[in-house]
Unconditional design. Structure first.
Length: 581
């Protein structure tokens, strides 16, 4: 209810008007009309941001506010001893002029009768209204995250590692995370805030060092050597403690077998302990070829051996295990070998190796002797590496120059490719289908002038394989003449009607070799230069083979792409601190 003073004041303004007779009545009617309706405009005296919006329509008020942008306030962001002062707009703050005008219109409609009378009489009270604000919460999160990024630290899990001989645990570390989302939500709900406080929360690692110690102790209890025996034999081998440790993983959830490592380990055990079957073969006795009977063998049953091996590995009390075996049957019997007197020479491959080092000559002779006498069963596949055995010191090979990693370097078995190349020439000339043939990276002088007619091997990974489609067994013979630096490989078998011709290489592209490269070598005396690799041009070429037999005439191509190769020289340099004498 209006107070007595308020009513009295109103009467002083209104009652004199009511006493004006007819003119006063007209004026009173106008006053009543002004009081009853604002005409869709804002009541006088309402201000926002220092701007008088009285008498303006909604659109006019909005345009007036847009013409004078509000000053962007500053916001202080506080977090654990850090303080940043930034424009509120960087945290998603902005004015909401539409909402502001709507609020002004609501305030205008809520004005009382006396306020309207005073406004009509030019005595309107000034009423400032706030500028409405809002915050884009997503932008606030982004801005606060940028500010506090230095305070965020992820938790670091403890890790299980294998430290040379034992499993160990690396330390864990607690992390911390800034509660940006909470502060952004608060600012969004209270855009008028000018100080925001960020709380920092601890983040615990998923795996602590303490939680991993038990499983690491379990893993270490399994690290011990194990003796392997093939059932029913006296053949044994030993897995070292490191080899046993390689068969399983120590995971946070427990011990986990490495199935691939188990398979690889069984393959190594088989390679060491197996006594595979020997096919029937020819042997030179008293200068004459004779037939040698086949022999069955005993080999590891790898499929059945995985379970007992892994069970033993996972039982720390076991230090030995017996693995199951199976009989290995020969594929070529003596009964299937024709009389050696019925064998005929089918094809011959030749090559020369002038200027080879002593080491290279040793490897050529050794490799040639290893494959001499190899018999390939009808329909079987000749594998150079299988016939040769491993390229290792145990198998009689010595160091020599090889191509490896894009360089000509010292390596074991340099010269073996002389034998694989000569063997390829013989088998290719015999018309055998090529299963696998690999080229050298660059053109090698030893294999001239038959460029492109060569085959590289590397143990492991690169083999030479051709299939025996002659309908009978094949005998491989080698004739090595070190004095004349010449090698021949012969292919003997049942008489053949096929005729094979091999064309000379057709060169389709040529790339000159790059400029020589000089590399400093502190091990050489100053001023001394030593060549360690030799230049060779690059070539793209192919050879064509034509085979004529009862089935008709067919041709195939062997394509070779040699890289251009640069000469490399090592240059001696003066060592630091040395002086001329």
């Amino acid at each position: 209810m209006p107070s007595e003073r308020t009513l009295s004041t109103a009467r002083r303004h209104v009652l004199p008007v009511l006493g004006l007779g007819l003119g006063g009545a007209v004026l009173c009617g106008a006053l009543a009309l002004a009081i009853s309706s604002g005409g869709g405009t804002i009541a006088p005296g309402l201000q926002v941001n220092g701007l008088d919006l009285g008498g303006l329509s909604r659109e006019q008020a909005l345009a007036k506010l847009q013409a004078q942008p509000a000053t962007v306030p500053q916001v202080q962001v506080v977090a654990v001893g850090n303080r940043w002062t930034v424009p509120a707009s960087t945290l998603g703050w902005k004015t909401d002029l539409e909402a502001t005008v709507d609020a002004v219109l609501r305030a205008s409609g809520e004005r009382g009768v006396l306020d309207r009378v005073e406004a009509f009489l030019g005595q309107a009270k000034v009423q400032p209204l706030p500028l409405m604000e809002r915050v884009d919460q997503a932008q606030a999160v982004k801005g606060l995250t940028t500010l506090s990024s230095s305070l965020t630290r992820p938790a670091r899990n403890a890790k299980i590692i294998f430290d040379r001989t034992r499993y160990a645990v690396t330390p864990d570390q607690r992390g911390q995370q800034v509660n940006v989302a909470g502060a952004a939500q608060q600012f969004s709900q209270q855009p008028q805030l000018r100080t925001l406080t960020l709380t920092v929360l601890p983040v615990e690692p998923q795996y602590s060092a303490a939680s991993l110690r038990d499983v690491v102790e379990q893993g270490n209890a399994l690290v011990r050597p194990m003796q392997i025996t093939l059932a029913g034999t006296d053949r044994t081998a030993t897995l070292t403690a490191l080899q046993v440790a390689n068969l399983y993983w120590v995971r946070p959830a427990g011990i986990e077998l490495d199935q691939d490592a188990v398979k690889s380990s069984l393959a190594r055990i088989a390679n060491t302990l197996d006594q595979p079957a020997h096919d029937a073969r020819y042997a030179l006795q008293g200068g004459k070829l004779t037939r040698v009977p086949e022999q069955s063998g005993v080999v590891l049953n790898q499929a059945q051996a995985a379970r007992p091996l892994t069970e033993a590995v996972l039982d720390p009390a076991q230090r030995s295990v017996t693995l199951p075996v199976q009989t290995s049957q020969p594929t070529l019997t003596v009964a299937s070998l024709p009389d050696p007197h019925k064998l005929t020479l089918i094809a011959t491959g030749t090559s020369t190796y002038y200027h080879s080092s002593v080491q290279r000559r040793t490897n050529v002779a050794n490799a040639a002797s290893k494959i001499d006498g190899t018999v390939v069963a009808p329909g079987g596949t000749f594998s150079f590496l299988n016939a040769l055995g491993s390229i290792s010191e145990d198998n009689g090979f010595v160091g020599g120059l090889i191509i490896s990693g894009g360089r000509t370097v010292d390596g074991l078995g340099g010269g073996v490719c002389q034998v694989s190349t000569t063997t390829f020439r013989a088998l290719y000339q015999a018309g055998l289908p090529v299963v696998e043939r690999n080229q050298h990276s660059y053109r090698v002088g030893y294999y001239e002038p038959q460029v492109g007619f060569e085959a590289a091997v590397y143990d492991p990974g690169k083999d030479l394989r051709l299939q025996n489609d002659t309908g009978g067994p094949l005998l491989i013979r080698t004739l090595n003449n070190n004095a004349k630096s010449s090698l021949s490989v012969q292919v003997w078998g049942l008489p053949q009607t096929r005729k094979v011709s091999v064309s000379r290489a057709v060169i389709t592209g040529h790339t000159p070799h790059p400029r020589a490269k000089y590399v400093q070598n502190p091990a050489l005396p100053a001023g001394v230069t030593r060549q360690v690799d030799w230049a060779a041009d690059g070539y793209n070429l192919y050879i064509t083979r034509t085979i004529k037999d009862a089935s008709g005439v067919r041709t195939d191509r062997t394509v070779t792409n040699y890289k251009p190769w640069q000469a490399v020289y090592e240059v001696g340099v003066r060592r630091s601190g040395s002086s001329d004498q």
